[in-house]
Design a protein around this ligand. Sequence first.
Ligand code: MG
Length: 258
Amino acid sequence: MRLRFVLPFLSCLFLAQVLVAGNGPKVIAHRGYWKTEGSAQNSIRSLERASEIGAYGAEFDVHLTADNVLVVFHDNEIQGKNIQTSAYEELRDLKLENGEKLPTLRQYLERASELDDIRLIFELKSHATPERNREAARLSVEMVKSVGLEKRTDYISFNLDACKELVRLCPDSEVFYLNGDLTPMELKELGITGLDYHYNVLRAHPEWVKEGKELGLTSNVWTVDDLEVMKEMIGLGVDFITTDVPEEALELVRGRSR
Ligand code: MG
């Protein structure tokens, strides 16, 4: 049989073995489960929906306002207002696409504390200066602790200053780096506990997942919405898949997908 027929067959066989053995990756709903009725990215509803469908985790994005209020939103601006340079008072009545008001981190975490055990994948966004990144990290960790969710929260960030500060402040928590430009060994040396890279980074460096495992690091991949790419990433051995289509991903890892 020709190699081009044998290789896809072997990779399917490997995938089937991984999934049947229950060793498939855990599914994280990217910005919560928002592609569903009544939801919106990073809304409280998206957190509830991620929990309802049995996702392992809900990812969400956090900015610090100019007057040090942590709020949950992805973009730098909401309805033309820059979050990080605005006072919370200017933002508090702005609405998400599903009609909810812009959630503060406290509101989001308080709702999370009432839900079963969905894991919180806390993305701290980049801020203007190293000092501001460290301040945002400090206030984030304080807030998570004040709601009693430190054991259910993992931190992720594109910003290396933020990651280093999170490692320093909460050495018992998982901290993942998102930017894709550091090797597993470089992450390990910084005390960072996992890589959370775009799938094209892992395609370019497929050995990083295995190298990470050997160093005790876990691997997450974002944002994978195509089932074929999910299968490819499962084949690499990733521990987590972050996706905008968590229901389809759950079907796949539970072995019920085509
Ligand atoms: Mg994010």
